[in-house]
Design a protein around this ligand. Structure first.
Ligand code: FAD
Length: 444
C-alpha cells in the first residue's frame, strides 16, 4: 500500500471528480469526494424511463475524443451506432421541406462551411484553443485580432451577408439552437469554429462525434466502472456550501455546518451551480463575472415515445420549442423513442405529452405521442445548465480564468476544458486528470 502523503477534497462526483480522485489516490494522496446528489455521475445519468434504459444527460461518445476513449478502452466498454434516418423534415423560409437525410445534410453544407470559416487558422492546435493569443504564436499578425472579433456577435452572423437563403439560415438556426443548447443569437461564433477544428473541419465528422455512437452499457457502465476503482469515500447527498482556500490548505463547509480540512480542494461544480458555493477569499472578478453571467446553456433534452416505427430527423428554427428531434430506438412493442433538443427549458414541460404532440405536428401531423420525459438540468440546482456552451465574448474572456487559481483551490469539470470545452464527457475527464496532476505537482 502506498503511504498517504497529502489530503485532497473533491467537490462533485461527476466524471471530472471521479477521475481526479482516481488520479490522486493512485499517486498516494488521501482523497474524499463530496457530492450533493444521492448518486454519482452528475450530468451523465442512465435511468429507466418510459420502460426503457435512457440517458437523461450525456449519450454519445467518439474515438476522436481522446480522454473519454481512453477510459472506454481501459474499462472494456463497447459502443454501437444510433440509427440512420429514412426521412428528414426541416422548416426553413416558412416552408416545410421533406427529403432524405442526405438532402438535409446538403442544405446545411454551404452555410455551415461559412460558419466554420477560419477554424484552421484560429485553431492550429484544437486542444490549445487560445494558442493564437499566446506569446508562442508566430503566425500572421492579424489573426489574434480577428480571433477576438470572432468571439463577438452571434454564431449566425456569418450568414447575414445576403448570399444565404432563409432556408439555409433556418436550418443552421435549428442546428445551433440544439448544439449550443441555447439561443444562437447570444452564442459565440468561436465555439462553432472550435468544434469544427476538433472535427477535422468537417461537418460530417462533427455530427459523428456528437450524435452517433453510444455506450452499450450506457454512461452508467463507465461512471460506475471508474467509481469501482476508487479507494476513497464518496459522501452522497452532501452539498458543499463554502470553500475557504489559502496558500497552505483549504477547508470546506458542508450544509450541516461541519467543516473538513485538507491540503487542497478540487471543485468540479458546473458554472451554472457555482453561484451557490461561497468562496473565501471571494473568487477574482473575472471568474465571478462568468459565474454571474453563466453560459449560453439554457436548453433541454427530451425523450418522446410515439406510436409505430418511424425513422426520421426533423429540425425547426426560432419559435419552435424543439429545434431538433430524431428517432433513436425502435421498440418491440411497436413504438419509437425519439430524442429532442431545444434552446429554452422554460418553453416546454418535459412530461407534457399534449404539448409535445402539438410541437411534432409542425413536421408530422400523423404522429401520436404516448409518453415523454426528461430531466430539467437548467432548473436543477446542482447543474443550472445542460452542457456548458460559450456566450459571445466568453471564449476569449471566460472559462479559462478558472485555470488561474493561485491558492490551494483548483477547478476541474468539463466547463473548463481546453479540448471539448463544456460540451462532452471528454472535457470532464481531461480536467479531472489535469487538475489532479497540477495538485500533485504543487503539493510536491
Ligand atoms: C442533457 C445533456 C446531454 C449531454 N449530451 C452529451 C453527450 O451526448 N455526450 C457527452 O460526452 N456529453 C454530453 N453532455 C455533457 C456531459 O454530460 C458533461 O460535460 C459531463 O458529464 C460533465 O461532467 P463534470 O464532472 O464536469 O460535471 P457534472 O457531471 O455536472 O458533475 C459535477 C458534480 O458536482 C455536483 N455538485 C454541484 N454542486 C455541488 C455542491 N455545492 N456540493 C457538492 N457537489 C456538487 C453535481 O451534483 C455533480 O454530480 C450532456 C449533458 C447534458 C446535461
Amino acid at each position: 500500500m502506498v503511504p498517504l502523503t497529502n489530503k485532497v477534497l473533491v467537490v462533485g462526483a461527476g466524471f471530472a471528480g471521479l477521475i481526479a480522485a482516481r488520479e490522486l489516490r493512485a499517486a498516494g494522496s488521501e482523497v474524499e469526494i463530496f457530492e450533493a446528489r444521492d448518486r454519482i455521475g452528475g450530468r451523465a445519468w442512465t435511468e429507466q424511463r418510459m420502460g426503457y434504459t435512457l440517458e437523461l444527460g450525456a449519450t454519445w461518445v467518439h474515438w476522436m475524443q481522446p480522454f473519454v476513449w481512453s477510459e472506454i478502452v481501459r474499462y472494456g466498454q463497447t459502443i454501437y451506432p444510433s440509427p440512420e434516418y429514412e426521412r428528414a423534415y426541416w422548416l426553413g423560409g416558412g416552408v416545410l421541406h421533406e427529403g432524405a437525410e442526405d438532402d438535409l445534410d446538403a442544405t446545411l453544407q454551404r452555410p455551415q462551411a461559412k460558419i466554420f470559416e477560419g477554424s484552421a487558422e484560429f485553431f492550429p492546435y484544437p486542444h490549445d484553443p487560445l494558442y493564437v493569443l499566446s506569446p508562442d504564436y508566430a503566425g500572421p499578425a492579424d489573426v489574434p485580432g480577428r480571433f477576438r472579433a470572432a468571439d463577438q456577435g452571434s454564431v449566425l452572423d456569418a450568414l447575414r451577408d445576403g448570399t444565404f437563403s432563409q432556408e439555409e439560415i433556418d436550418v443552421c438556426d435549428a442546428y445551433w439552437a440544439a448544439g449550443y443548447n441555447g439561443d444562437p443569437a447570444t452564442a459565440s461564433p468561436l465555439m462553432a469554429k472550435h468544434w469544427a477544428a476538433l472535427s477535422d473541419h468537417r461537418l460530417s465528422l462533427l455530427d459523428e462525434q456528437t450524435l452517433k455512437f453510444k455506450l452499450t452499457d450506457g454512461m452508467r457502465g463507465l461512471y460506475e466502472a471508474i467509481a469501482a476503482d476508487l479507494r476513497c469515500p464518496i459522501h452522497l447527498s452532501t452539498p458543499v456550501s463554502r470553500v475557504e482556500h489559502g496558500q497552505d490548505g483549504a477547508r470546506i463547509t458542508l450544509e450541516d455546518g461541519s467543516v473538513r480540512e485538507a491540503d487542497a480542494v478540487i471543485v468540479t461544480v458546473p458554472i451554472g451551480a457555482l453561484g451557490q458555493v461561497e468562496f473565501a477569499p471571494e473568487l477574482p472578478r473575472p471568474m465571478r463575472r462568468v459565474v454571474d453571467e453563466r453560459t449560453n446553456s439554457t436548453g433541454f433534452k427530451i425523450w418522446i415515445k410515439i406510436e409505430g416505427h418511424h425513422s426520421f430527423i426533423a429540425t425547426a428554427p426560432g419559435q419552435s420549442p424543439i429545434a431538433m428531434t430524431k428517432s433513436e430506438y425502435f421498440l418491440d412493442d411497436g413504438t419509437t423513442i425519439l430524442v429532442g433538443f431545444g434552446p429554452d427549458h422554460t418553453k416546454i414541460n418535459l412530461q407534457d405529452t399534449a404539448q409535445v404532440q402539438q410541437i411534432l405536428r409542425q413536421w408530422r401531423p400523423d404522429l401520436t405521442v404516448v409518453d415523454c420525459d426528461g430531466h430539467d438540468w437548467c432548473a436543477d440546482p446542482w447543474s443550472g445548465e445542460t452542457w456548458a456552451t460559450v456566450k459571445s465574448g466568453q471564449f476569449t474572456d471566460g472559462w479559462h480564468h478558472f485555470h488561474n487559481t493561485d491558492s490551494r483551490l483548483y477547478f476541474a469539470g468539463a466547463d473548463f476544458a481546453k479540448g471539448w470545452n463544456g460540451v462532452v464527457v471528454d472535457g470532464a475527464i481531461e480536467m479531472g486528470i489535469t487538475a489532479a496532476r497540477r495538485v500533485l505537482r504543487e503539493l510536491g
